[in-house]
Design a protein around this ligand. Structure first.
Ligand SMILES: [Zn+2]
Length: 411
């Protein structure tokens, strides 16, 4: 163990399963590419047991093989039962990382299983699921305890040790209802880590507005106990109900908080400067605005107006700013075309298409290739239902067959 904090982004699983928001598969793919560029350790890319995710997941695994995704671990989520693990591997034979989930709290077990499963049955089921995953060649298995924050510590320790003995690689502590507070979670995670000596993931929700606070406090407990900590995040905090622990805020907390910056060593691959691009793309793809007061990436994150603040910030920015706009990748002017615009999309033709791509520095060898890519662009635009971004257009031209797989959904 390196005794560091790593980030696992779950936007493409927990974020997209949220009520009333959704994301096209091409946009999910772009998020994976951007998460990789940002140095995030792992992306929970989706549900390998869900039919409409299968082509997208396999295509992203292809992108990793082709070098378009370099370090990011692409991980699938399913229930901690052997059948789900088997179906995941059957649908996505190249998947190497899985997080498998089982409820552990009394209230959930009683409600979900209606007295049909005892605690012993639960432990047996997860043990079988972990063993099956390892037998099927899964390299890292994260064992998730849903509603861990409302589960007795003794039970969690037992759950972790069963997972560990069966071959799991990490344990995910889910504060599913966002019920923990920083002091409680710190103490619980420290005690759990000391007892289990096992890498631990913090998966915290924001129902009390403390998603980041409890995540970093839990990570501190793990680090002090000498084990690796993994924090689950989502981009712009999108997620179930009040959302999840926000990616950018978490990095900011680990880098700039007085109490944490020297105590919690963050994975050195993480590049905070990619925050602005990431947050803006996610906002565009999800069709959800970034709140004006969002840490780091909100419109007001570096704005000063009141007399005392503006005067102070002008004399010394550190009077009122903890970090600089450049730290999160801001500061460049936003160029907006106000004259003639040529775009390409669902109803585009070959001339406009060639013009748009030549502006991106991309030329095609022959008419056949151009027409093939144009057709994909038409479908991609139909699929995302909004103008394609430069990076999306580049991806389509560079990996046409993989994009074709992403766009293919057969009900
Ligand atoms: Zn969750």
């Amino acid at each position: 163990m390196n005794n560091k904090v790593y980030l696992i982004d779950v936007t493409n699983r927990d974020g997209v399963q949220t009520s009333r928001i959704l994301l096209p598969k091409l946009s999910k793919t772009m998020l994976n590419i951007y998460l990789d560029e940002m140095g995030i350790y792992q992306s929970e890319i989706g549900f390998p047991t869900l039919k409409h995710e299968v082509n997208y997941i396999n295509a992203n695994l292809e992108l990793a093989k082709a070098g378009a995704i370099k370090r990011l671990h692409l991980e699938g989520w399913c229930r901690a039962i052997a059948e789900d693990v088997e179906l995941s591997v059957k649908n996505c034979p190249d998947i190497k990382h899985l997080n498998i989930s089982m409820s552990t709290s009394e209230i959930m077990l009683r409600g979900k299983f209606q007295g049909k499963k005892t605690w012993k049955d639960v432990l047996k089921t997860v043990s079988e699921a972990v063993t099956r995953a390892k037998d099927l060649g899964i390299e890292t298995v994260g064992l998730n305890a849903e509603d861990a924050s409302r589960t007795e510590l003794d039970k969690l320790i037992e759950f972790v040790s069963v997972g560990k003995e069966s071959g799991a690689d990490r344990f995910r502590y889910c504060d599913t209802l966002g019920a923990d507070d920083p002091i409680t979670i710190y103490e619980r995670i420290k005690a759990l880590s000391l007892a289990a000596r096992f890498p631990i993931e913090m998966h915290c929700h924001n129902d009390l507005g403390m998603g980041e606070a409890v995540s970093v406090a839990g990570a501190q407990g793990a680090i002090e106990a000498g084990v690796d900590a993994y924090i689950n995040t989502t981009i712009n905090g999108y997620g179930e109900r009040a959302g999840n622990c926000d990616l950018v805020s978490t990095i900011l907390a680990l880098k700039f908080s007085h109490g944490l910056k020297d105590k919690l060593p963050l994975d050195e691959h993480v590049d905070l400067k990619k925050s602005w691009k990431m947050a803006r793309y996610a906002s565009y793809a999800f069709n959800l605005p970034i709140p004006i007061n969002q840490p780091g990436v909100g419109a007001n994150a570096f704005a000063h107006e009141s007399g005392i603040h503006a005067d102070g910030a002008l004399k010394d920015r550190r009077s009122y700013e903890l970090y600089d706009p450049e730290d999160v990748g801001r500061g460049e002017p936003d160029l907006l075309e106000t004259g003639r615009v040529i775009t390409t999309g669902a109803y585009g033709g070959i001339k406009g298409f060639r013009y748009v791509y030549s502006k991106l520095g991309i030329e095609f060898h022959d008419d056949n290739e151009a027409r093939n890519i144009l057709e994909l662009v038409q479908y991609a635009n139909l699929h995302t239902q909004k103008p394609l971004t430069d990076d999306e257009l580049k991806l389509i031209a560079k990996y046409p067959e993989i994009v074709r797989m992403i766009l293919t959904v057969n009900p």
